[in-house]
Design a protein around this ligand. Sequence first.
Ligand code: GDP
Ligand code: MN
Length: 402
Amino acid sequence: MNLYEYQGIKILKYFSIHVPEGIIATSPEESVKAAKILFKKTNKKSLVIKAQIHAGGRGKSGGIQLIKSLDEAYEVSKNILGKYLITPQTSKKGILVKKILISEDVYYNNNPKEYYISISLNRNIGKNVIIYSQEGGINIEDLSKNNPKKIQLEEIDPILGLQFFQVRKIGFNLGINEKTSMSLFKNFLFSLNKAYNFYDILLLEINPFIKTHNNKIIPIDVKITLDKNADFRRKKNFFLVDVSNDNNKENKDNNSFFHKENQINFIKLDGNVGCMVNGAGLAMATMDMIKSCGGHPANFLDIGGSADKKRVNKSFSLILNDYSVKIILINIFGGIVRCDIVAKGIIESYFKINKSINIPLIVRLQGTNEKFARKILQSSKLPIHYVNTLKDASDMIKKILL
Ligand code: GDP
Ligand code: MN
């Protein structure tokens, strides 16, 4: 699960990191109020307004704007809020901006140098690693392609933890001034590491952080991805940021979410063939198959290993919400789940949705009780194309699409 920038900043602040002053707003009026407070508090002639979305590249796309007056705060907020922001990291449609962060302009009178640093889990070596660069502010993926030598890496030993000498080495490599900034940098990095561990974070990326003219180290942009497997552990001490509601809603708008209650994993895509599959691997194979026969998957949907009627129902409504879907393909392997239960779920959905499923439905049910399932579907007299193999499914898609 991803956190918003403002939530990430809140966490860093809790770990004693010096962060820009900021106030969140959801309307132009709130934004003006916030700006008033911040102009006074920071004593600077400008502030920065930052769209809060789960994607970067905002700077290049109008999602980050400097303001110099309350009028400007109003105008800029009005232009950003409630609109879809398209950045190089979003879909073509963009992401709806519901919140903006009014923030201290830490670049003011500074012209600071921008650095990159992140802590993340490298599963290949089973260690957390710190990736860092003097070339901050730009997309790290681009940097690693065009100038990989500018990126450096430090592994954290899982038993020893982050060591003092490592922090100094990173500081030196970044060209942090030993006399003036090293001890601040040391606090900064140890705090980042502490936050990373405390919150069971998978990716903590600061791009950029800056060193100001008076040698302060300040994070500007914070991206945090939490490890979902640690949700239960976090619940107890997640007193800082309420991530649950907010982020789930956003993810829904973003058309990709994990539906907790029904255990459904859904990612909206641009295509025309809606698919309902159990198991992420089979779902991906199914999407590949759809592509190779000339269709385009309209979604990724994994209804989980033990799919039941309720999940089939929910999945149908998700797929049918999408008007670009021209065909639905259900591909279920009956391992734990029984095919006859899925078949009943399909029929039930048909009637629940009031027979508005007027697009072709291709069904492949293989495994436990498949014969029984076929019988159920065939005797229902519903317009269902029952197929045995993925090849048959692919031929059917081709036939319908052409
Ligand atoms: P991203 O584009 O979504 O990654 O957003 P960032 O927060 O990383 O900001 C992108 C760029 O906006 C930075 O590299 C800066 O050039 C600029 N920026 C961000 N915060 C400030 C600020 O407080 N003041 C000024 N003047 N520029 C800022
Ligand atoms: Mn950034």
